[in-house]
Write a protein that binds this ligand. Structure first.
Ligand code: FPP
Length: 269
């Protein structure tokens, strides 16, 4: 039996909004851990450690607000440029947070998924991500996508390759000859045509890691997308808050949702 998250310790309750005013998919750039630590004279890793509670809070807040999809940027394809010791910390930290929080999220009916490149990612982190996804695969509540070793451009390229590969595999040349031996120039041209036709906005949208983003929320005062869900955020409403990630709780997510609900989305119309 699914449990509901405990209420916020302040007693704050989720704003009363009609369901259609709530974003279906919220993308979060959890930024500011390093600065939070520096302000306290602590090593950067302490900022990451302090950010764990904020993640749990925001998951709880998303469930209470009836958000369907929540995607969080835990480690980008660019984060490998950080110092080896911070990269090592972030890998071990992700593994530990997953192991320690998956049962709680499971009890909240959260379905955990993950997006990102397997290449270069620590096998033990991949295992933890796969295990959490497996454990929660039957859940019907919030879809939480952990973006680890994720890059938006990479997501688009992988989606395009998948679409093109599928079109090529399904292609049968009119002459009936194999595509590799004895194919006529006409067959090659038809193959190119088929592959080009397969590449559409819809086919890519179906292959990228998540559905379209409605609310893109970044903390710490930075106002950038930083290669996070860039295809999916084409029409997202952007909300930036000044708080550093470890200072965030579910009320900050709710503030973002209230701002979102007051925006007029026009999709170019
Ligand atoms: C950005 O702060 C934050 C991160 C790189 C990591 C955030 C990850 C978590 C809070 C949880 C991860 C959990 C799982 C389960 C994968 P920053 O270091 O860029 O801060 P700065 O901009 O102040 O330096």
């Amino acid at each position: 039996m699914a449990q509901t998250p405990p209420p916020h310790r302040s007693g704050a309750v989720v704003p009363d909004l009609p369901l259609e005013a709530v974003p279906n998919h919220v993308a979060v750039v959890m930024d500011g851990n390093g600065r939070w630590a520096r302000q306290r004279g602590l090593p950067r890793t302490e900022g990451h450690r302090a950010g764990e509670e904020a993640l749990v809070e925001v998951v709880a807040g998303a469930i209470e607000a009836k958000v369907r999809w929540l995607s969080v940027y835990a480690f980008s394809t660019e984060n490998w440029k950080r110092s080896p010791s911070e990269v090592r910390f972030l890998m071990g930290y992700s593994r530990r947070v997953l192991r320690q929080r998956r049962d709680l999220f499971n009890s909240w009916n959260v379905r955990i998924g993950w997006a990102g490149q397997r290449q270069r990612l620590w096998p033990s982190v991949i295992k933890e991500l796969d295990d959490a996804a497996h454990l929660t695969r039957g859940n019907t509540g919030l879809n939480l996508t952990l973006c680890v070793n994720y890059g938006g451009r990479d997501d688009i390229v992988a989606a395009a390759r998948a679409v093109l590969g599928e079109a090529a595999r399904q292609f049968s040349p009119a002459s009936g000859k194999s595509q590799t031996r004895g194919a006529s120039p006409g067959d090659a041209a038809a193959l190119v045509e088929t592959m080009m036709a397969s590449l559409t906005e819809d086919s890519i949208s179906q292959r990228v890691a998540t559905p379209d983003v409605d609310l893109f929320w970044r903390t710490s005062g930075e106002q950038r997308l930083s290669n996070f869900l860039i295809w999916q955020a084409a029409y997202a409403e952007l909300v930036f808050s000044d708080k550093l990630w470890p200072d965030v709780d579910r009320r900050d997510l709710w503030d973002g949702i209230v701002q979102y609900s007051s925006r007029q989305r026009r999709y170019g119309a």
